[in-house]
Design a protein around this ligand. Structure first.
Ligand code: UDP
Ligand code: MN
Length: 241
């Protein structure tokens, strides 16, 4: 039987939230043996969100995981971190040591072949992510089937300069590390998380035809900053024609 993919999605209330989750759900609906962990950055669970998630028909767990208020006004803020921490805690609490963990944001774009690739993860697999920063891609450099380096336009002293969507972890492997950590440190979450699970470069399993194929993109939805809105409408009456 196929190992279950635990697909962790941080999300937060804004007017793009429902369309983003709808689009993502319509990708995930094609994937067998997937459990969707939806961690919402708000104070309370709400029935509306539950109804929406239920309607998709994907096995899911819905949790709320508000960003601690002291981080809210920081620039940059640690986006999606409280959410991923909550999902990690949930996996630990349920003693889930079988399956594959993947962090999939609500606004990225996923090729269905990605799921076939990550399901084979023995320890940690890696693959390129499209549309990252200046280079338009971030990912491992592979020589003779082994990861030897990383290409990323913002290395910034990171040992593992990769995007959150660029790796998957086997839960049995992760269970060996009691101090799994996803810190509130914008830009360094991936690096410190991968350090906390004792990653070594020769253990990395390159995926996507030796990291030559892009199977996930860091797409970003243009969001409308809400200021004062002038409401306007027009009533068309048959009789005025
Ligand atoms: N996110 C969140 N709270 C926030 C901002 C973002 O939970 O205040 C989530 C968001 O839904 C996404 C992830 O964190 O799944 C990363 O955020 P975003 O896509 O805005 O960041 P970017 O991809 O631009 O780095
Ligand atoms: Mn994003």
């Amino acid at each position: 039987q196929l190992p279950v993919i635990y697909f962790v999605t941080p999300t937060y209330p804004r007017r793009e939230q429902i369309p983003e989750l709808t689009r993502l759900a319509h990708t995930l609906l094609h994937v067998p043996r997937l459990h969707w962990l939806v961690a919402d950055d708000q104070e309370k669970c709400n029935d509306f969100m539950d109804t929406l998630l239920n309607r998709f028909g994907i096995p899911f767990t819905h949790m709320v995981s508000p960003m601690p208020s002291k981080f809210r006004n920081e620039k940059p803020a640690p986006r999606g971190v409280a959410n991923r921490r909550a999902a990690l805690q949930w996996l630990r609490q349920h003693n889930l040591t079988n399956g594959i963990l993947y962090f999939g944001d609500d606004d990225n774009t996923y090729d269905l072949r990605l799921f076939t690739e990550i399901r084979k993860t023995q320890r940690v697999s890696m693959f390129p992510v499209g549309l990252i920063a200046d280079y338009g891609v971030s990912g491992p450099v592979v020589r003779k089937g082994k990861v030897v380096a990383f290409l990323d336009s913002w290395v910034a002293g990171r040992r593992w300069p990769v995007d959150m969507a660029g790796f998957a972890v086997n839960l049995e492997y992760m269970a060996q590390y009691p101090y799994v950590n996803m810190p509130y440190k914008p830009g360094y979450e991936e690096d410190l998380f991968l350090r906390s699970i004792g990653l070594k470069i020769n253990q990395i399993e390159p995926r996507g035809n030796n990291c030559t194929e892009i199977l996930v993109w860091h797409t970003q939805t243009k969001s409308k900053k809400l200021g004062m809105v002038r409401l306007e409408s027009k009533y068309l009456d048959d009789r005025s024609n």
